[in-house]
Write a protein that binds this ligand. Structure first.
Ligand code: ADP
Ligand code: MG
Length: 695
């Protein structure tokens, strides 16, 4: 099939989307589903049965035999359990059946998903329940039903439930504000998200030869290649045929699933690429990003490639992140972060902006913690991704508007043209806020904020839950004040001015990679949580727990469970890396360098017997001997330190950071130094040059 001519038909062809529902369901059922999605009304069992039957018919027509509840446990990836539609009807025959109760509720054996102690083992059942706001789709011959995942007593065990909760809470609070501005048309405010996904592609045969890549997703060893990303010839460069063909198949697979894959290009590092979809509501975006990561790996495999989603597969070249573009939009089509053309729209914009700045300032520590995990520690603050300090970039013009409000001065733009002063005291805002500052962790980009600290492998759920919830909190505070105001214009202006003044410290428009900023940020009292071990403890700080409990996003127990899961994940990742390292050093690296050094010695002997100079062999063998000793010592220390890992999870996290990670760095340094001395015949692994410049 020629994709171009059939693209509109291809798009969403594997999705039981609204159009399909409209066409296939009775009008009563369709309307009931619509009311469920837009107004949160519950579906009756009869309606659920009809939807299930219709979904099954549609799927069976496409050759589908199984269905699965598709959910997002705390592992950060998706999980599925497949059941076939078959039901025996006697006489050795079956019919294909799928009931409303199977659609709405499932019961996977959930005992092996991380639950942070929320689900006692005696009731190790988790329940999955259909999320009717996200469309069912067909993947690998199964009908996949997006579901939430919770415990017997209703505690969220997944990344979708709290996201949905946060989306309805921010909507509720934002509507209160809109009402104050006289907007009663809007019935819903939606958190909108567009995640840009970075990834690496390498050859499958190289991947197969590297236990570190297979077990940890990143190279634990590897000398820097003679050429890295210095020439910057890869970024936006012409895409090579093998990658083009991968991207074409990826697009098609994503389009079939209704993912709005839009942009593709090469990234900064060699072998690194990016895909960005068109934004959608945060829930769909999160589902789609999970699907995208999965499909990227599958499509790569078909092309004899491996897609690496780790944040830092290769030391010395840029790692991969995920930019989370976030905004709030109404169901009447308005973006609440777009400066408007009327004074009232501008005032509303400034109020939402003020709420955002206040939220980021007050919950900067938690936002930082949502991107804290082992893989991301390699990027943040390493001059390739934003620093670990959170600040907001507004751009020169918006910054000048904020300054003028704080100081009560008249705002003039760069051309010294005085702009119209709206609602008595608030200035009109220039529309063109296209400043680009790639070093900011949170940049205003015209009508949205771009949160740039996420790691490439990460679920986008956590950061978006946090953005939604902090925004809900600030908007609720503002609504409390303004709803009881007797002079709206005056109180509004005063509130905006006070909020900008109190939270100006979070705004930074300069170079985030500059050391001077770290000094300045410390003076401003901003958090600088450099590593996961520094950042995760803020997860359970009282003010943060209070925020989520107050808005019904997490219970007290759910936040603590999440904290425990993240801590354990960190310790597990570092432990697997350390164990893999020990294994590779013991089994392959030390034997290889020993053989190489022995060969050098034998050659030196033969040369000496013939009276030939052997300075190269002697020098190399001597140096290798020293490095081998150093590596053996480093490995012995790493092993001993691993054996002394504290039992308490929080202590173990600190210990991994302070003891295990430096041990691993020492082992790596000795190994990388030997790699460049050892001939390729001996070295057991494909080199960085092989991997980065092959595809
Ligand atoms: P960049 O310059 O960072 O590449 P783009 O305009 O290409 O910016 O957008 C990057 C991502 O932001 C895309 O996924 C896009 O769909 C998304 N995006 C655009 N507008 C919004 C918005 N209002 N809210 C959320 N995401 C948005
Ligand atoms: Mg971007």
């Amino acid at each position: 099939m020629s994709t171009t001519s059939k693209l509109p038909e291809l798009f969403g062809s594997k999705v039981f989307n609204e159009d399909t529902m409209k066409a296939r369901l009775s009008s009563i059922s369709y309307k009931a589903w619509k009311a469920c999605v837009t107004a949160g009304e519950t579906l009756t069992p009869a309606i659920a049965d009809e939807i299930a039957e219709s979904m099954k018919q549609w799927a069976v027509e496409q050759g589908v035999t199984h269905f699965t509840h598709w959910f997002q446990p705390m592992t950060g990836v998706t999980a599925e359990k497949h059941d076939s539609f078959i039901n025996p009807v006697g006489g050795g025959k079956i019919i294909m059946e799928f009931s409303g109760s199977e659609l709405v509720r499932g019961e996977p054996d959930a005992s092996s998903f991380p639950s942070g102690g929320l689900r006692a083992t005696f009731e190790a059942r988790g329940y999955t329940a259909w999320d009717p706001t996200s469309f069912a789709f067909i993947k690998d011959g199964s009908l996949c039903i997006p579901t939430v995942f919770c415990s017997y007593s209703g505690e969220a065990l997944d990344k979708k439930t709290p996201l949905l909760r946060s989306m309805s809470e921010v909507s509720r609070q934002a509507l209160r504000i809109l009402k104050l501005f006289g907007d009663t048309d809007a019935k819903r405010v939606t958190a909108q998200v567009g995640p840009e996904q970075e990834y690496f592609l390498i050859a499958k045969e190289d991947y197969a030869k590297r236990p570190d890549l297979r077990f940890t997703g990143r190279t634990l060893f590897g000398a820097k290649p003679p050429k890295g990303q210095e020439l910057e010839d890869h970024y936006f460069g012409a895409i090579r045929p093998r990658v083009t063909s991968f991207m074409k198949d990826l697009d098609e697979a994503l389009w079939e699933l209704g993912v709005l894959s839009k942009t593709k290009h090469n990234e900064v590092a060699p072998a690194q690429h990016e895909m960005a979809p068109i934004y959608s509501d945060a829930n769909t975006s999160c589902d789609h990003n999970q699907l995208t990561m999965e499909i990227m790996k599958k499509v790569a495999d078909k092309h004899n490639l491996v897609c690496l989603l780790h944040e830092k597969p290769f030391a010395g070249v840029n790692g991969s992140g995920k930019h989370d573009n976030w905004s709030l939009g109404t169901d009447t089509g308005e973006n609440l972060f777009r400066p408007g053309s009327t004074p009232s729209q501008n005032a509303r914009f400034l109020l939402f902006l003020a709420a955002f700045l206040k939220g980021v300032d007050e919950y900067q520590d938690f936002l930082r913690a949502t991107v804290a995990f082992a893989g991301n520690d390699h990027r943040l603050g390493a001059q390739e991704a934003p620093p670990a300090v959170i600040s907001v970039f507004l751009g020169d013009e918006l910054n000048a508007v904020m300054e003028s409000i704080i100081h009560g001065t008249e705002y003039t733009d760069t051309g010294k043209r005085t702009l119209e002063i709206g609602v008595d005291v608030l200035p009109a805002i220039p529309q063109d806020n296209t400043d680009r500052n790639r070093t900011s962790p949170m940049a205003f980009t015209g009508n949205k904020f771009e949160f740039r600290m996420l790691g490439s492998s990460q679920s986008i759920s956590g950061p978006n839950i946090t953005l939604n919830t902090m925004m809900a909190e600030e908007l609720s505070q503002f609504a409390d004040i303004l709803e009881s105001s007797t002079d709206f214009q005056k109180d509004l202006a005063a509130l905006i001015k006070k909020t900008f003044t109190d939270h100006q410290r979070i705004v930074f428009n300069g170079n985030g990679y500059d050391d001077a900023w770290m000094v300045e940020a410390a003076k401003r009292g901003l958090y600088n949580l450099k590593t996961t071990a520094d950042a995760l403890p803020v997860y359970i700080a009282d003010k943060n727990v209070d925020l989520f409990v107050k808005h019904g996003i997490y219970t007290h127990g759910e936040v603590h469970a999440r904290y425990e899961i993240h801590v354990e994940q960190f310790v597990t990742v570092i432990s697997i890396e350390a164990t893999t390292m020990i294994d590779m050093i013991g089994r392959e690296i030390l034997p290889a360098v020993s053989a190489c050094a022995t060969d050098m010695c034998e050659r030196a002997d033969s040369k000496t017997a013939m009276g030939v100079s052997c300075r190269y062999e002697t020098a190399t063998a001597t140096k290798m001997g020293e490095l081998t000793d150093a590596l053996m010592d480093a490995c012995t220390k790493l092993e001993a330190d691993m054996a002394a890992m504290p039992a308490d999870a929080t202590e173990a996290m600190r210990y991994c950071q302070d003891v295990i990670i430096p041990d691993m760095a020492a082992a790596r340094a000795a190994t990388d130094a030997m790699e460049v001395m050892c001939s390729g015949d001996y070295w057991p692994y494909p080199s960085y040059s092989d991997m980065l410049f092959y595809v």
